[in-house]
Design a protein around this ligand. Structure first.
Ligand SMILES: *Cc1c(COP(=O)(O)O)cnc(C)c1O
Length: 223
C-alpha cells in the first residue's frame, strides 16, 4: 500500500512534469494539499514529508485541527477554499493565511473589516462560477470585472487572483481558459484551479495554485 507521503511525492513530480511539458517556469505552481475531512494524525505524515501549504473548506473544522499542528510545525500556510458565511469572517481571518472564495460584496466587506480589526491583511482570490451553475458558489463571469474593481478600489481587499471549480460533467479546459482570460484582462497574476482529476491540465492553462486532496490523502469518508 502506498502512503500519503508517497502520493504527495508523486503529485509533486506530476506537477514538475506538467510545468516542463507546458513550458511553465520550474516551481511556478504551488501545490495546496487539501486535508478536509482528515484528522490531524492523517495530516502529520504529509507535514513530516515537508509539505507546508494546505487547504481546508470549513472554518470550524480547520479551527479544530490547525492551531495544534501549527504549534508542532513551523511555516504552515493555510488556505480557505470553501464557501464562507459573513458571521464566520472573524474566525476565518484568525485561522487562515489566504482566502480563495471571495464571491460577493457582503463577504468582501466582512473580511476587510475583520482584517482591519485584527491588523492582518490576507491575500484573497475571487471565486468565479465559470459554469454559471445555480447551486455553486462564485461570481458569474459577466459580473466579475466590476466585482474585482469593487473589491480592490472600494473595499480595499488585496486581490491576488481568481479561483474556479469547473462543472463535474464538463471538460475543465474551457473553464480554466476562461479564468485565465478574465485574470489577464484584470491584471491578476494568480490562478487557483485544478484538483485531483485535472491538475496537470490546469498547469497547462496557467494555474499557479492547484488544490489536490484525494490524490494525496486518499478517498474522503463523509459519514
Ligand atoms: C475538496 C476540494 C478540492 C480537492 O478535491 P480533490 O478532488 O480531492 O483533489 C479542491 N478544491 C476545492 C474547492 C475543494 O472543496
Amino acid at each position: 500500500m502506498t502512503s500519503a507521503a508517497d502520493r504527495l511525492a508523486s503529485v509533486q513530480s506530476d506537477i514538475r512534469a506538467a510545468e516542463a511539458e507546458f513550458g511553465r517556469k520550474e516551481e511556478s505552481v504551488t501545490l495546496i494539499a487539501v486535508s478536509k475531512t482528515f484528522e490531524a494524525d492523517d495530516i502529520r505524515p504529509v507535514l513530516d514529508a515537508g509539505q507546508k501549504v494546505f487547504g481546508e473548506n470549513r472554518v470550524q473544522e480547520a479551527m479544530g485541527k490547525w492551531p495544534g499542528l501549527r504549534g508542532d510545525y513551523a511555516g504552515i500556510e493555510l488556505h480557505l477554499i470553501g464557501p464562507l458565511q459573513s458571521n464566520k469572517a472573524k474566525e476565518a481571518v484568525q485561522t487562515f493565511d489566504v482566502i480563495h472564495t471571495v464571491d460577493r460584496p457582503k463577504i468582501a466587506r466582512a473580511l476587510k473589516s475583520e482584517m482591519d480589526r485584527q491588523d492582518r491583511q490576507l491575500p484573497c482570490f475571487i471565486q468565479v462560477n465559470t459554469g454559471e451553475e445555480p447551486q455553486k458558489a462564485g461570481i458569474p463571469p459577466r459580473e466579475v470585472d466590476a466585482f474585482i474593481s469593487q473589491c480592490r478600489d472600494e473595499i480595499g481587499l488585496s486581490i491576488i487572483g481568481l479561483m474556479c471549480i469547473p462543472p463535474v460533467d464538463e471538460a475543465p479546459g474551457e473553464h480554466f481558459a476562461l479564468l485565465e482570460k478574465i485574470a489577464d484582462r484584470n491584471g491578476l497574476a494568480q490562478l487557483s484551479m485544478g484538483m485531483s482529476a485535472d491538475y496537470p491540465v490546469a498547469v497547462g492553462f496557467g494555474a499557479t495554485h492547484v488544490r489536490v486532496g484525494s490524490a494525496i490523502f486518499g478517498a474522503r469518508d463523509y459519514t
